[in-house]
Design a protein around this ligand. Structure first.
Ligand code: SF4
Length: 446
């Protein structure tokens, strides 16, 4: 059973020194009990207390990390059922399935195509995270060749998918120094799979059709020394997945039930229809997969999936921002105009894209509005004449631009007079309200 705040408090030094960032040891104890603080923040806990507190302080869901030369994938460590309660931390790893029934050349080509795919989204490149090599041949030699073929085209983390330990062992041979995910241990093979995961070492998927059987298996495997586990509730439909994943998340976070406190894996490609697979994968992003294995590589379904994942795993209390500054768009000269906007990234990219679409170079003054969009920032007092003028001077606009023409977003026309007073000698124009109207505005007015 987890310790209560008062029980934790009794194990702390009770000096109220504040070094943990909380005003009292009791406040820190309450945060520890709520899983909102790390025990390591207090440097004065005795070793005896530490061991007693370890169980209580551990996150309710284990963090599992896959490693390879081409990157890391971290999943788990989630603390809330709903994103709006706080945030989701570690976005699910998206893995593309590669079957060992394909030739080495076909595997290399498929992986190379997926490696080249990326979505440019508000200043980030969104990509797949790795590949799931599946054994349908049942042959260790064929599987080893398939793993090596993937490694010819990608260095991203891998999932080795076979319930035959000798097949998985063959695949692991070419992954020295990496931490892959091996899949899966079940009631019939768990001892051999556990030995493989421990020797390599690797993270291990545990599969069972019921929650009781899953919990039984994880406890037996953990007792053998393998703790980086991932749960496969063997859910093959939308209904089965949402039911299993919700129960597992509740048991882990609300009941602090350690045997099921691990990230989940969803195999969404069991449906032969790519559109239904995309639907299943979208649901798994929202509820509550740590890894998602997809069978179909189609940009039409991958694009929305990557963007959905990015949005769901963005902290709702921290808007995505770009750095404030003066940005050239389309190689502008000193005589070209300056448009002004805020540093909310979607606003920035919308405006910058529309200036590019206009085919007329311009300067874009991005003000520090704490990541808010134009109207929200204006209403919050973060996008007014004083702030624009301050950023105008800070970024040396007058030194770089001689046009002396500055265009405000139409939504904040009301501040144009005040800005004119703050920037004497500059002509303040009021542009369109919507970014989409910028090209027409620039052609007609500038
Ligand atoms: Fe108490 Fe430790 Fe925090 Fe100091 S750092 S206030 S001793 S919990």
């Amino acid at each position: 059973m987890p310790l209560s705040g008062i029980q934790i408090y009794k194990l702390l030094p009770q000096t109220n020194c504040r070094e943990c960032g909380f005003p009292t040891c009791l406040a820190f104890a309450m945060k520890l009990a709520a899983k909102q603080a790390e025990l390591s923040a207090c440097p004065y806990v005795s070793e005896a207390s530490k061991s007693q507190l370890a169980e209580s302080a551990a996150p309710p869901m284990r963090l599992v990390t896959l490693k390879a030369a081409g990157g890391e994938v971290k999943v788990g460590n989630e603390t809330v059922l709903f994103r709006h309660d706080k945030t989701f931390y570690n976005r699910p790893g998206l893995f593309l399935r590669v079957d060992d029934s394909l030739s080495a050349a076909e595997i290399q080509a498929k992986v190379a195509q997926a490696e080249a795919y990326k979505v440019a989204y508000v200043g980030m490149d969104l990509t797949l995270d790795g590949y799931a090599v599946t054994s349908t041949s049942g042959s260790p030699e064929t599987f080893a060749v398939a793993v090596q073929a993937v490694r010819q085209s990608s260095r991203r983390p891998l999932l080795l998918d076979s319930r035959q330990p000798q097949v998985v062992a063959a695949g692991l041979q070419s992954l020295a120094g990496e931490t892959p995910l091996i899949c899966s241990a079940d009631a019939s093979n768990w001892e051999a799979m556990t030995s493989l995961a421990k020797q390599h070492p690797a993270a291990l998927v545990v599969a069972a059709p019921t929650l009781d059987e899953l919990a039984d298996l994880t406890q037996k495997i953990k007792a053998r020394g393998v703790e980086d586990l991932v749960l496969d509730p063997e859910a093959h439909t939308l209904g089965q997945w949402v039911s299993a994943s919700t129960q597992l998340r509740r048991l882990a976070l609300k009941k602090n039930f350690r045997p099921l406190g691990y990230p989940l894996i969803a195999f969404t490609g069991d449906d032969a229809d790519p559109a239904r697979e995309a639907l299943f994968a979208s649901q798994a992003v929202a509820k509550y997969a740590g890894f998602i294995v997809i069978n179909h590589f189609t940009p039409a379904s991958l694009y929305p999936l990557l963007v959905l994942r990015q949005n769901i795993y963005t902290d709702p209390q921290k808007p995505i921002q770009v750095q404030a500054g003066l940005y050239p768009v389309g190689d502008p000269k000193p005589g070209d105009p300056v448009l002004v906007t805020t540093n909310f990234s979607i606003t920035y990219f919308s405006v910058a894209n529309e200036i590019e679409n206009a085919g007329r170079p311009a300067w874009l003054l991005v003000t520090d509005s704490e990541g808010m969009s134009v109207l929200t920032a204006w209403a919050a007092g973060k996008f007014d004449a004083a702030r624009i003028s301050k950023n105008f001077k800070e970024f040396g606009v007058a030194d770089k631009v001689t046009s002396k023409r500055l265009v405000l977003p139409g939504h904040v026309a009301v501040i144009s007079g005040e800005l004119e007073e703050q920037l004497p000698g500059w002509e303040i124009r009021v542009g369109p309200r919507e970014a989409v109207d910028i090209p027409a505005y620039m052609k007609q007015m500038l």
